[in-house]
Design a protein around this ligand. Structure first.
Ligand code: ADP
Ligand code: ADP
Ligand code: MG
Length: 480
């Protein structure tokens, strides 16, 4: 493998290029007209504009991407996450054109891309599942009787859903019909597939996922867990590894279950098996993401492994050089997703120009980003600006480092989730490890951030006054 095309943008395109360069592999960046000046374009050995800003005219046009790869004599395509990364048809086309898709085989993507097909596939592997139905339901009376059997509250989910979209909690029977209709129409418009199903709504779960890696020689290992319970809109904002609450026994049980899930779909490459963990520490299979995960860096920090390098080696047909017993957990890592969103206003996207952009640096601090000062944040794509990652010998050390790093991350021109991150890492429930997926709902209001900011403003004002008095003394001295 001498040259790869990176079919993505932003921080993940940059992240993949760094490893490719380290491995002596040339990179081709693709970009839309909105990303002409983006770092991923500057960093690549070659760069090709593939269309207009809307992703269905650029980053989602598989045929064009394959054409570029062939014209530039690339050997492989890395899809990153989002966009075409979980599109089985695209993976198939890539292979048909004698290019390597850096990811699993189309069948595994297809099966795991449908939450229903995934449940069907892992069924015979003795994997615990959330109580619910494993078939799409459209008939309202049938849905009602299923929901009553399971017991309210229930969760309506889109089989093709992802990124936290397409989910509706139903507390009472009377709301089921209207919520179901909404869910079906949303799923149809967002995912082109209206299949929905019903799951028991686990009341205070933690989202714990396991990183797996499988080679083409039949070896499958897991790289422990990531705790992803701090979410807004069912989507993660803060992640950590290892989880503050897993015992070594539970860790190895969940790890083995994840390996079985990978085995069930003949998995290849790096993937993530997501579970919910209830208050009694029972775990349930949620879904598998057949790609590199946004929060993969926390796993890299605690294992010392480069996941993109493993992906590339596996795609080249190499056998894994590590076995399960070779890998251990060393230290603790956190990731804060820095979104261009306003935490004071319901986390709505905040677009604009990055007037000031200075990243924190130092031992134990890693920033994966894809923007420079002065750039506009395009409205066309996911509003994630960067990922702030900290690593410490202990959980406490990594938390303190995160708080320091947040203070040293200067962003002006758009609102970001940095102040929200500060709130989370300062919170007693987070620090003590006693939290679940309802952390935001339970503990967070915009006033939390406002009061922190007011407190800081007061301190800043006091310091200024003190300084003023000091200055006055110095000025007065020569007069007397
Ligand atoms: P992860 O699952 O890696 O933790 P996210 O859930 O935030 O991360 O998803 C990563 C990216 O992929 C986001 O840009 C999200 O919008 C996108 N995404 C994930 N699943 C889907 C899907 N089924 N359809 C469309 N976009 C998706
Ligand atoms: P997506 O494909 O959008 O990532 P997931 O099935 O992975 O969908 O669920 C995303 C999040 O939604 C979970 O992390 C969790 O917070 C919540 N969730 C999903 N299923 C359930 C459930 N049965 N009970 C409670 N919360 C759930
Ligand atoms: Mg998920």
């Amino acid at each position: 493998m001498k040259k790869i095309v990176i079919a993505n943008r932003g921080e993940i395109a940059v992240r993949i290029m760094k490893t490719a360069r380290k491995m002596g592999i040339k990179t081709v960046a693709l970009y839309s007209t909105a990303d002409r000046n983006a770092p991923h374009v500057q960093l690549a050995d070659e760069a090709v504009c593939i269309g207009e800003a809307p992703s269905n005219q650029s980053y989602l046009v598989g045929s064009k991407i394959i054409q570029v790869a062939k014209e530039l004599h690339a050997d492989a395509i890395h899809p990153g996450y989002g966009f075409l990364s979980e599109n089985a048809d695209f993976a198939e086309e890539v292979a048909k054109n004698n290019l390597i898709f850096i990811g699993p085989k189309p069948n595994a993507i297809r099966v795991m891309g449908s939450k229903l097909a995934a449940k069907e596939t892992v069924k015979s592997y003795d994997i615990p599942m959330v109580p619910g139905i494993d078939k799409a339901v459209t008939d309202i009376e049938k849905a009602k009787s299923i929901a009553i059997d399971i017991g309210f509250p229930i969760l309506i989910k889109a089989s093709a859903g992802g990124g936290g979209k397409g989910m509706r909690v139903v507390e009472e029977e009377k709301d089921l019909e209207s919520q179901m209709q909404r869910a079906i129409s949303e799923a149809t418009s967002a995912f082109g597939d209206g299949s929905i199903f019903i799951e028991k709504y686990i009341s205070s779960p933690r989202h714990i996922e396991i990183q797996v890696v499988a080679d083409s020689h039949g070896n499958i290992i897991h790289l422990f867990e990531r705790e992803c319970s701090i979410q807004r809109r069912h989507q993660k904002v803060v992640e950590e590894a290892p989880s503050a609450i897993l015992t070594p026994q539970l860790r190895s049980k969940m790890g083995e279950a994840a390996v079985q899930v990978a085995r069930s779909c003949d998995y290849l490459g790096a993937g993530t098996v997501e579970f919910l963990l209830d208050e009694h520490h029972n775990f349930y299979f949620l879904e598998m993401n057949t790609r590199l995960q946004v929060e993969h860096p926390v796993t890299e920090m605690i294992t010392g492994l480069d996941l993109v390098e493993l992906q590339i080696r596996i795609a080249r047909g190499e056998e894994l050089s590590i076995q399960q017993n070779d890998i251990g957990i060393n230290g603790h890592a956190f990731e804060l997703r820095v979104y261009a969103e306003d935490p004071l206003n319901n986390f709505l996207p905040s677009v604009g120009n990055l007037e000031v952009y200075t990243i924190p640096s130092g031992p134990g601090i890693r920033v994966d980003d894809g923007f420079n000062e002065g750039m506009d944040i395009p409205i066309y794509y996911d509003p994630m600006l960067s990922k702030l990652i900290t690593y410490g010998k202990s959980r406490e050390e990594a938390i303190l480092l995160m708080l320091k790093a947040i203070d040293n991350y200067k962003i002006e021109g758009v609102q970001t989730t940095l102040p929200f991150g500060k709130f989370v890492f300062n919170h007693e429930a987070f620090q003590s490890g006693k939290f679940d997926t309802h952390f935001v709902k339970k503990h967070y209001t915009p006033e939390n951030i406002r009061s922190i900011e007011e407190e800081e403003a007061k301190i800043a004002a006091l310091i200024a006054v003190k300084q003023y008095i000091e200055d006055q003394k110095i000025v007065r001295l020569p007069i007397h």
